[in-house]
Design a protein around this ligand. Structure first.
Ligand SMILES: [Zn+2]
Length: 304
């Protein structure tokens, strides 16, 4: 039987870190957040969510030791788990966005024709597979959760057929995503809105190809408003025990989560962030209603 993989497919700033922390409390779920890690590598001052430096965290020392044994080489400063290549052609095939079905055929053809690309892809898959198995054996549980979010990574996992894959497609009102991107990346409304639309289209292309039973559609807003209900529904769908005390409580202390800066913040309460309502200008909100409402509606959000 193939090991189980639960993947969070989502735009950035849609609450996937919050969801990861909530799910990580389930005894059947093992996770380190975003297994893709940082493709450029971690500096020596990077902190694990447990508070220790990544290079001094006991959990990670244990994982790294086992990974080195299994894979030959492994470094906590550069995981080598992101689908990214230093060489031009490989980079285009491995790391490109997920496009229409026709272009996906071209990608498969490129992988088939170029043994170099395929070897590199398979080596990255092997690292992901080994790490997911090691982390699951250290933490316990039957499902490994990867909160990496991006579409192309999920596509490579599905193509590999190494795992029995389940997907949470987590979305948030586009105005919230855009507002967060404007703040964190210091970009204009139009740039953030167009990035968001492209991203949603890419995620939906992958989503549409998956059988419905493989996917749980989750709205960030519903998770924040009724976390207990949302989590119980996820556990029921996943086929793991639903009978948990404090199902929606965030336990951070013994977790070792990688990913964005949220991992280090005090996540002691679940709070719906709708600051976009005040922070997005009226002009931006009316432009959104005019040009981007259709995309928002395709996710089930009314732009009024
Ligand atoms: Zn740690």
């Amino acid at each position: 039987m193939k090991p189980r993989l639960l993947y969070i497919l989502a735009p950035s700033y849609s609450g996937s870190t919050l969801l990861t922390f909530l799910l990580s409390k389930h005894p059947d779920i093992a996770t380190v957040g975003e297994l893709k890690a940082d493709k450029d590598g971690y500096d020596t001052d990077y902190r694990c969510s447990c508070g220790e430096l990544l290079l001094e965290c006991e959990f990670w020392a244990n994982v790294a030791g086992q990974a080195e044994q299994e894979l030959g080489t492994f470094s906590l400063q550069k995981f080598g788990t992101a689908f990214h290549s230093e060489s031009g052609l490989n980079r285009r095939v491995l790391g490109a966005t997920v496009r229409s079905a026709g272009l996906e055929v071209l990608r498969s053809a490129a992988l088939a024709l170029h043994p170099g690309v395929r070897r590199e892809r398979d080596a990255i898959l092997e690292r992901n597979f080994a790490l997911s198995r090691i982390i699951t054996s250290v933490q316990g549980g039957s499902v490994f959760l990867d909160g990496s979010k991006d579409a192309i990574r999920l596509q490579h996992f599905l193509d590999s057929d190494l795992w029995d894959v389940s997907v949470i497609f987590q979305t948030r009102d586009g105005r919230g995503v855009i507002n967060s991107n404007m703040k964190h990346r210091e970009i204009s409304f139009v740039t953030a809105a167009e990035d968001w639309r492209r991203n949603i289209e890419e995620l939906q292309r992958v989503r549409e190809r998956l059988p419905d039973t493989m996917v749980f559609d989750l709205k960030y807003e519903s998770l924040c408003r009724r976390p207990g209900e949302a989590l119980r529904n996820i556990y029921k769908w996943l086929g793991v025990s639903v009978d948990l005390d404090d199902v929606a409580q965030i336990a951070k202390d013994d977790k070792h989560i990688l990913g964005n800066a949220m991992r280090l913040k005090a996540l002691d309460e679940i709070r719906l962030d709708e600051s976009w309502r005040e922070q997005l200008s009226e002009a931006a909100q009316s432009q959104f209603a005019k040009d981007f409402a259709k995309t928002n509606l395709s996710l089930g959000y009314l732009s009024v």
